[in-house]
Ligand binder design. Sequence first.
Ligand SMILES: Nc1nc2c(c(=O)[nH]1)N[C@H]1C(S)=C(S)[C@@H](COP(=O)(O)OP(=O)(O)OC[C@H]3O[C@@H](n4cnc5c(=O)[nH]c(N)nc54)[C@H](O)[C@@H]3O)O[C@H]1N2
Ligand SMILES: Nc1nc2c(c(=O)[nH]1)N[C@H]1C(S)=C(S)[C@@H](COP(=O)(O)OP(=O)(O)OC[C@H]3O[C@@H](n4cnc5c(=O)[nH]c(N)nc54)[C@H](O)[C@@H]3O)O[C@H]1N2
Ligand SMILES: [Mo]
Length: 749
Amino acid sequence: MSDKSIERYDRAAGGWDALAATAAVVREQGAPATSSRALLKANQPSGFDCPGCAWPDPKHTSSFEFCENGAKAVAWETTSRTVGPEFFAAHTVTTLLAQSDHWLESQGRLTHPLKYDAASDRYVPVSWADAAELVALHLRALSTPDAAAFYTSGRTSNEAAFLYQLFAREYGTNNMPDCSNLCHEASSVGLPQSIGVGKGTVQLADFDCTDLILSFGHNPGTNHPRMLTTLRAARKRGVPLLVFNPLRERGLERFVAPHSAVEMLTGEGTELATQYLQLRVGSDALALQGLMKLLLEWERGRSAADAPIIDREFIDAHTTGFDELTGQLDALSWDEIVERTGVTRAELEAAARQYARAPSTIVAYGMGITQHAHGTENVQQIANLLLLRGNIGRPGAGICPVRGHSNVQGDRTMGINERPPADFLDRIEATFGFSPPRTEGYSVVECIEAMRDGRVRVLVALGGNMAVAAPDPVATAEGMSKLALYVGIHTKLNRSHLLHRGDALILPALARSDLDVQETGVQSVTVEDSMSMVHASHGFKAPPSPEVRSEPAIVGMLAAATLPNSKVDWDGLVQNYDRVRDLVEKIVPGFENYNERIRIPGGFHLPNAAATRTWKTQSGKARFKLRTTTRRAADTLPLVLTTIRSHDQYNTTIYGLNDRYRGIKGRRDVVFMNEEDMRARGIETGEAVTVRAANRVATGFHAVAYPIARGSCAAYFPEASVLVALEDFDPQSRTPAYKSTPVEVVRVG
Ligand SMILES: Nc1nc2c(c(=O)[nH]1)N[C@H]1C(S)=C(S)[C@@H](COP(=O)(O)OP(=O)(O)OC[C@H]3O[C@@H](n4cnc5c(=O)[nH]c(N)nc54)[C@H](O)[C@@H]3O)O[C@H]1N2
Ligand SMILES: Nc1nc2c(c(=O)[nH]1)N[C@H]1C(S)=C(S)[C@@H](COP(=O)(O)OP(=O)(O)OC[C@H]3O[C@@H](n4cnc5c(=O)[nH]c(N)nc54)[C@H](O)[C@@H]3O)O[C@H]1N2
Ligand SMILES: [Mo]
């Protein structure tokens, strides 16, 4: 294929190409001096937390840890470009709506509070006081507080998140849809049933003493590049890495560490995956049960002299449900496993042998596990596999859900939760003296349904881009267009600001790297990473305009205007975030001496009961969970589509049009297919295709032959989100099934 836009990339991940790509993006954002200074402060003890991802920082970071995509996130937020009142005077909302997501965000940082003016179809400047009054007016006019919803995206700091949930609850609703509903909700729902906590049990130090790492459904070379440094160190110790992923991902195969002179000069790098199992999209639970079935068979067949394969002592002392699980595994046929996963029994045996042999194992996983109609069950099969060999609650072993947004885990800890635990609400009530609502609120999918049928009339968004992040953009846009008021608290312009027909406000917020000065002086915020480390983040850069306010200040202002008889001293809290943290300490377990401990470089670790083998489940034991065996109705379509991120995007933020490791240049209109699936349909690489799902169709795509499991295909999010129905979600966690849409792909013409 001569087309330069589709060309196989066969170098290692990282290396010089990563440095060059970083330099290009810093140049393009027009602030090389600020961006470079910012890069040196990212993830340093005295600096700010990188807004890129939630992978933890190595203890006592002293040298600069290079990360290409962290650098892009920092450059994107420290850009010198701005969108002020002149920009909005020059563009109507209708013309902005015609622009791409990439164009909208790349115009720059928001500088002024803006209000939508229907007469001119433009956003016009508004004072902060008038903006707050408009919000108060709408919220007070609603017939019930449950006609409002408060969306959060996971970049929000602990302090802002805590104030935000307090505002929503004192106002009277638990409607807190949140990006984690779209992300790791299956972990938050599945893990408490299995092991009693909804978070991962490992810390970074466990990777230093583990004997085996299994990776399911995540692409760290793009989405958590600093994780490659951890994986590389483990591989250098001889630890095998088994990858379960339908797509061959360069970042899981070979890595050149930019800080290693030798690797940079030779370009050779470190081999990562020792075994790569290209299972079919959506078949992880079956593959996991295949591994477990083998362990069970080997255990039954072993002689007394052989080492045990499953940890009977642990199972008897610490778990329930083992017999039910073995019953299910015995009933499962190898024909079904092999047919549906697309991997051979021999491949699974090789993987199971490694697992049976390893004293301690870590399983890391991402969206390839959670974003399915059976996401919760997928997560639970991972927990089952670990429990079989007692791999939870000891050094070098455990479960590692790799979180997305840099503070998505912290936001949940702070109470951003549409289904809050009762004891959390009890403490709110005891501390503040108001009765928080006790009924469950809406998750994202439910919020969209409620906007569509008029039950939700006001949507406030603290960060994020819900309209584009949610499944089914048509249904979502319809819901947003029916709102009486949309309020976007954001750093950049995005599509969610443009879909309303009623009132709308854009409120410009400080970003992580911006200096935050309040009445008592310079403020820091805190965040929690994927491994429950809480630490401080200090912005340093001059904000894009003096009008821009911090997230805690904006939330405090809206709350004070809406709740005249509030029990909370909003102004006092905003003046000094130490006061917010003193309140968090009273409400959230694990935050004793919060203010003291975040002043220690590196911060502190939150307790995790499962990691100490205390099981906070109903029975007081860990539980083996079964897999549902029914198939979905739409499974009659021959292919399964998964939607994935390119190397040049951050969720709905599109930095550029390349996906270097997958060999795509300057375009995003592709669908990756297995060569044999293409041949069977008479499709050649580069040819225009239509992708059909039940009742929906996506046009304008081009097929690309790619090493992907047969029967599976992949396209980028959000372009392919049109194929994901709002109703297609995991019934337990309500996570959209972004990664398993049954489809057919046909040649155009
Ligand atoms: N640069 C950058 N960093 C990011 C983000 C970003 O967009 N850009 N997003 C952040 C966020 S919010 C999140 S949640 C994380 C996301 O990080 P990831 O979880 O890595 O996200 P995805 O790109 O969705 O990729 C999932 C991987 O799962 C594989 N996969 C797809 N379907 C299946 C399946 O059925 N089974 C298995 N086993 N694998 C499958 C895909 O091939 C891909 O390699 O990254 C965070 N970090
Ligand atoms: N088809 C499909 N859809 C998906 C996924 C998928 O894999 N496939 N993944 C899902 C996942 S895992 C997630 S987490 C969601 C992400 O959903 P969201 O978190 O809602 O989306 P983002 O794209 O991260 O949000 C980008 C916007 O955040 C704002 N922003 C950036 N930094 C800041 C800040 O510091 N403060 C404030 N106030 N605003 C800021 C900017 O205005 C920017 O436009 O998308 C989900 N959607
Ligand atoms: Mo995410």
